[in-house]
Design a binder for this molecule. Structure first.
Ligand code: NCD
Length: 299
């Protein structure tokens, strides 16, 4: 088992040793050498206040592989429609005695707040624009399989950085593992404060792609845009999309990631997403083992 964790709320605050330990454990679990039933007889409650395809299913499959039973709660059909608060929902589910709560919410800090009011282990499955730690762990796992050590590697993250919890968690996780992180996108979507965290910032994708060891494309988060932060989808694709023409300029070993869901032909061309450079389905596959390691460590 990986080193024990009280919960998983953010990559920020984690140590390199904790991340390494989770990734090593995920590798052993994925190799299938053992099939631990460490959550046998326990319940994992998925509390998703926001929609999800990959993260929720992945946590569910991970929990079941460890022998847990899974409660899948969503806002639809719940008392949220009657005005019940986040904390009341969490306290009530927690009172039923689940071992762990996996929570996604549109407010930054929601999982940390919930953790202070629940006995269950709390796992953040994405809180607003703050963090998405299990996504960063599975991205690091996938990158390490292809690049070996991430020490000194330059990883380029492109797109809607401003609204992206994936970018924030990845920046922290990749830096913890020794990588150099470059962020690129429209000036309105690349917050200057990330320079203080040691990220290289740029607005010109063609230049930013030079010297990248891997490229992570992000979804344009239309649901979190309150102002017109970029012109049109077509213009976005032309300036910041990973088109086939751009991908053709990259050295053969440079792989492409995307956390999903994709806006095909906006931030990433369909041929690139489904082409030989794409690690997108691999990311999804590794997510199960990584989440098993997380659930086990928080047991
Ligand atoms: C991301 C999320 O919800 O934060 N998706 C995911 O979990 N794989 C990214 C996104 O919504 O763009």
């Amino acid at each position: 088992m990986a080193d024990r964790l009280p919960n998983l709320l953010a990559i920020q605050g984690m140590t390199r040793a904790q991340v390494d330990s989770l990734l090593d454990r995920a590798a052993r679990l994925e190799a299938g050498a053992e099939s631990p039933r460490s959550l046998q007889g326990k319940v994992v409650a998925n509390l998703f206040f926001e929609d999800s395809t990959r993260t929720r299913s992945s946590f569910e499959i991970a929990a079941k592989r460890l022998g847990a039973e899974v409660l899948n709660w969503t806002t639809r059909g719940s008392s949220v429609s009657k005005g019940e608060t986040l904390l009341d929902t969490v306290r009530n589910i927690d009172a039923m005695g689940p071992h762990a709560i996996v929570m996604r919410h549109s407010s930054s800090g929601a999982a940390a707040l919930a953790a202070r009011h629940a006995r269950a282990v709390m796992i953040n499955a994405g809180d607003g624009t703050h963090e998405h730690p299990s996504q960063a762990l599975l991205d690091a796992f996938t990158l390490k399989l292809h690049l070996g050590s991430l020490e000194g590697k330059r990883i380029l993250i492109v797109g809607d950085i401003l609204h992206s919890r994936v970018a924030r968690s990845n920046l922290r996780c990749l830096q913890l593992l020794g990588a150099k992180v470059a962020l690129c996108g429209p000036p309105t979507l690349v917050p200057p404060e990330f320079a203080a965290d040691g990220a290289e910032l740029s607005f010109d994708l063609d230049r930013a792609l030079e010297g990248a060891d891997a490229v992570m494309m992000l979804r344009v988060q239309l649901e979190r845009q309150t102002d017109a932060l970029f012109p049109t989808a077509r213009e976005y694709a032309r300036r910041w999309g990973l088109t086939q023409a751009r991908a053709d300029q990259l050295p053969p070993g440079v792989k492409v990631l995307h956390p999903g869901p994709m806006n095909r032909n906006v931030e990433i061309a369909t041929q690139v997403a489904d082409g030989p450079r794409s690690l997108i389905m691999e990311q999804v596959r590794h997510g199960v083992a990584v989440r098993m390691a997380v659930l086990e460590a928080c047991a």
